[in-house]
Design a protein around this ligand. Structure first.
Ligand code: ZN
Length: 279
């Protein structure tokens, strides 16, 4: 089977509260690994993937985009390119994207897929007008009827224009790309999708999205405060880390501002980063 050409597309950075990102881990421990600003916020990447094979161009996640209010963005202080200029900077046009796969629909993963129409206040258009948009149906339903705790992460303007355009495809009905396997996890949110991609050298890479958002989160108790089922996350991390370690699979971090990817080490008790890997 021919593998995929895997590229990083960095859709900028955002700031998120360190305490929320590290859950029950005390600040002196996480802050020794990662600095924060005066408001306790650390800087995180929005690292999307571009998978290319033949005429197929599959984009995995799209960053947060730029269509909300100044007040909204002041909480997150995004920097750098949003997804479309980030793709353009590596010679890829938005029109040429054939498929967009969302790991889940929290705004920092899907916001870049819907743009504000130039010159309008409330009209939207798709950033990738020729693409099928793939998402878990169970997750989509969850996102449209969110619990109050997660509600601030699911923004209607990121979701409804995609539905209205008639481009939604449910991964539960099959995801027809050889060399891309999908795993579903339930701890961070309902039915988050993690792709495992075979590259052109025959190596596998797993995109960890918000199950293990950074290399710091490899440690089992480092589970985000955002997670709706933290004990489920713990079990999923243990199972997936073991599987990736035993199979020699590389893991890719969506939110780590300094480490793209790594191979895992295991000392009989704990998993850790063995060596950084580069896309
Ligand atoms: Zn998330």
């Amino acid at each position: 089977m021919e593998g995929w050409k895997i590229s990083e597309v960095l859709a900028g950075t955002l700031k998120l509260d360190g305490g929320a990102m590290f859950g029950v881990v005390p600040k002196p421990i996480w802050n020794a690994m990662l600095e924060c600003d005066s408001q306790n916020r650390c800087t995180w990447a929005m690292r999307c993937l571009l998978l290319q094979r033949g005429n197929q161009r599959v984009l995995v996640d799209t960053g947060m985009g730029n269509k909300q209010s100044e007040r909204f963005f002041s909480h997150y202080e995004p920097t750098g390119n949003t997804i479309v200029p980030a793709l353009n900077s590596i010679g890829i046009s938005a029109d040429s994207i054939t498929d967009v796969l969302f790991t889940h629909l929290h705004f920092d993963h899907c916001g870049g897929a819907v743009l504000r129409q130039a010159g309008t206040e409330a009209d939207y258009e798709l950033a990738f007008p020729n693409a099928k948009h793939w998402v878990s149906k169970a997750h989509w339903n969850h996102a449209l009827n969110p619990n109050p705790r997660e509600k601030a992460s699911f923004l209607k303007e990121n979701l409804l224009p995609i539905e209205a355009a008639g481009v939604l495809n449910w991964v539960e009905n099959g995801f027809p790309f050889e060399g891309i396997q999908l795993q579903t996890v339930y701890g961070h949110t309902e039915s988050q999708i993690l792709p495992i991609v075979l590259d052109q050298q025959g190596q596998e890479w797993m995109y960890m999205a918000d199950l293990i958002p950074s290399a710091h989160h490899i440690r089992l108790p480092f589970v985000m405060g955002y997670d709706i089922r933290p004990l489920e996350t713990l079990k999923e991390k243990e199972r997936i880390l073991r599987d990736c370690f035993e199979s020699g699979r590389n893991i890719i971090f969506e939110h780590d501002a300094s480490t793209q990817a790594c191979k895992l080490a295991f000392d009989g008790q704990h998993y850790s980063m063995a060596e950084p890997r580069f896309l």
